[in-house]
Every structure is written in structure tokens, then in C-alpha cells.
Design a protein around this ligand. Structure first.
Ligand SMILES: C[S@@+](CC[C@H](N)C(=O)[O-])C[C@H]1O[C@@H](n2cnc3c(N)ncnc32)[C@H](O)[C@@H]1O
Length: 196
């Protein structure tokens, strides 16, 4: 795991110079977040915070956002950009977060899932944090093939961080007690929305 942390720490300073998804694609991804007053949301693997303004626009000021990443340099970039009263940064592995069970309304993993080496234990850690009916959103704003090609071409610790067909991933969700509501595995998105 420390190899991956070092990898993402080294990538942090130039992360925001990489090509980004169009705003409408990020708006689509956050459209699956619940929006009730006081909603508690985790941006898992937040990186430099690319999704944070979109989450905030979606949930408004009354919700709470936990932006979690294990790479200190990624968090440093994110902290420099965003400082809202309802935003808490946490440096942690997302699969061992020190937050109470059944306390979170939604966990959104944007461009994180392939980097989690033990998918089953990650999904059960997420399920533990979610309230009943809480949502888990796994999202990528590119096709599975494009993402897998990027990781293979990057090499190093992410070379084998590949996305399986969405049906295979969805099957793991039920093992963790999560009911799949929607999937996409097409030219535009790799997406799974599930509910506890
Ligand atoms: C591909 S980047 C995506 C960052 C951001 N979501 C974005 O789309 O720009 C993956 C991020 O997840 C973080 N990450 C990977 N595995 C993690 C884990 N187990 N716990 C916490 N953060 C993790 C990395 O440090 C990195 O910042």
C-alpha cells in the first residue's frame, strides 16, 4: 500500500494539469447523491478535490462532506483550494476510516475503485459506514477500456489496477449487503449506484 501512497503523492503537484472530465459529466455523477438537509457524504479518494465543488453544489450548505485520501500531497492541494465550514479533510485509507458505523448517507468513489486492492473488504467497509438506504456510487467519466488502457500504460503500482466488467463488480456488491440500483459500462461512463 505504501507504494501506492508514494505514487499518488508524487502525482499530486501536477494532477490538476491533467485533462479533466467536462463539468456536465461530473454533474451527472453527483446527481446520484441524496440531497436531504444535513446529508453526510464521503468523497473517497478525493485527490486534489476535483469533485468537491460539484458535491457542494448538489447537496448545499447544510450537508457535511468528508474528503478522504491517504496521500498527504493530494490533500494539501485540495485544502489549498477549498475551505468551507461543512468540509472536513481526512488523511486515511478509505477502507479503514475512523467514523461511526451507519453514520453516512452516501460514499462516492470517483476514479478510485480500481486502486482498491481488496474489493470485497473495501465494499464491506463502505457498507459498515452507510446508514440503511445509504448510497455507494462508483463512478468513472470514461469507458472501462479507456481507464484500463491508461493504467496499463502508466505502469508502476497502478499497472494492474483494472476495472472488471460492471456485472462482475455489481455481483460483489450483493455480498456486501448492497443492492445495485443502476449500472453503466459504456463509452461515456463506468458507473454503479447501490443502496444499503
Ligand atoms: C485516480 S486518483 C482520483 C482522485 C480524484 N477523485 C479525481 O478524480 O481527481 C485516486 C485517488 O485515490 C487515492 N487513493 C487510492 N487508494 C486509496 C485508499 N485506499 N484510501 C484513500 N485514498 C486512496 C489516491 O491517493 C488518489 O488521490
Amino acid at each position: 500500500m505504501s507504494e501506492r501512497i508514494a505514487y499518488f503523492n508524487a502525482a499530486a503537484a501536477k494532477w490538476d494539469d491533467l485533462p479533466k472530465a467536462a463539468a456536465d459529466k461530473l454533474e451527472y455523477i453527483v446527481s446520484f447523491l441524496p440531497t436531504h438537509s444535513g446529508v453526510q457524504v464521503i468523497d473517497a479518494g478525493c485527490g486534489t478535490g476535483i469533485l468537491l465543488p460539484f458535491i457542494r453544489a448538489r447537496i448545499g450548505g447544510s450537508g457535511q462532506i468528508y474528503a478522504v485520501d491517504f496521500a498527504a500531497e493530494m490533500l494539501k492541494q485540495a485544502r489549498a483550494k477549498y475551505n468551507w465550514p461543512n468540509l472536513t479533510f481526512i488523511q486515511s485509507d478509505v477502507t479503514s476510516l475512523d467514523l461511526p458505523a451507519a453514520s453516512i448517507d452516501a460514499i462516492i468513489c470517483y476514479s478510485l475503485y480500481p486502486h482498491l486492492p481488496d474489493k470485497e473488504s473495501a465494499l464491506s467497509a463502505f457498507a459498515r459506514l452507510l446508514k440503511p438506504r445509504g448510497r455507494l456510487i462508483i463512478a468513472h467519466s470514461n469507458s472501462r477500456q479507456a481507464i484500463n488502457e491508461i493504467h496499463q500504460s502508466l505502469g508502476g503500482p497502478v499497472a494492474h489496477d483494472l476495472l472488471p466488467p460492471v456485472g462482475e463488480t455489481a455481483a460483489l456488491f450483493s455480498l456486501a449487503g448492497l443492492r445495485v440500483l443502476k449500472t453503466r459500462d459504456d463509452e461515456q461512463y463506468y458507473l454503479i449506484v447501490a443502496e444499503k
